[in-house]
Design a protein. Structure first.
Length: 212
């Protein structure tokens, strides 16, 4: 479990396919306390550290990870967002992020707003349906607040601090991002689906248009 508060950006040193894909990257902060077997969020994807040497951490990527995230697009020299998993004494900033990506989005536009900027991200319906204005979403592992929910896309605002410390500072139109919706929203949606057929309240809410 993570919070979406990025600790640092790491740099990809190599991607090798030897039966399975090995992703290696450099780290200055995360690696100080990292141990083999630790869960680490890489661009919002929960990965297991399988080897640590010097300043380099190696991860193994499954076919499912390559299919459902943008990690397969990485190349040596690319920077990635890193966050260690929560510990009992960790500060709870951001929101609860599982590291299980729901889908890949694509940045449609980037608009400056003073020192900050707004980005619009295209996303599939199964992601848009879980988003609410002022709600939380993880984009490449970064805990962000949804500003607008549009047809086929949503927007978030990137403040200077976030731009400086994460990959959002240099990403632009056409770039892909990993998206994870708020896990609490997933459970609420599942509960509502289970209740729809049996609850008079749910029937009323659906008839009045509050729930689709």
């Amino acid at each position: 479990m993570f919070t979406g508060i990025i600790v640092e950006m790491g740099e990809v040193t190599s991607i090798e396919k030897k039966g399975i894909v090995h992703l290696s990257l450099n780290s200055r902060e995360i690696i100080k306390d990292a141990r083999i077997g630790d869960s680490i969020s890489v661009n919002g994807v929960c990965l297991t550290a399988v080897d640590i040497k010097g300043g380099t951490i190696r991860f193994d990527l499954s076919d499912e990870t390559l299919r459902s995230t943008n990690l397969g697009q990485l190349r040596p020299g690319d920077r990635v967002n890193l966050e260690p998993s929560l510990r009992p004494d960790s500060k709870l900033g951001g929101h609860f992020v599982s590291g299980h990506v729901d889908g890949i989005g694509r940045i449609r536009s980037r608009t400056d707003i003073g020192d900050a900027f707004k980005i619009e991200i295209e996303a599939p319906p199964e992601i848009i349906d879980f988003l609410v204005e002022k709600g939380s979403v993880a984009v490449d592992g970064i805990s962000l607040t949804v500003v607008d929910v549009l047809k086929g896309s949503f927007t978030v605002v990137i403040i200077p601090h976030t731009a400086r410390l994460t990959t959002m500072g240099f990403k632009g139109p056409g770039d892909t991002v990993n998206i994870e919706v708020d896990v609490i929203g997933k459970y609420v949606a599942r509960f509502l689906r289970m209740e729809k057929k049996d609850s008079g309240l749910m029937k009323t809410l659906i008839e009045e248009g509050y729930i689709k």
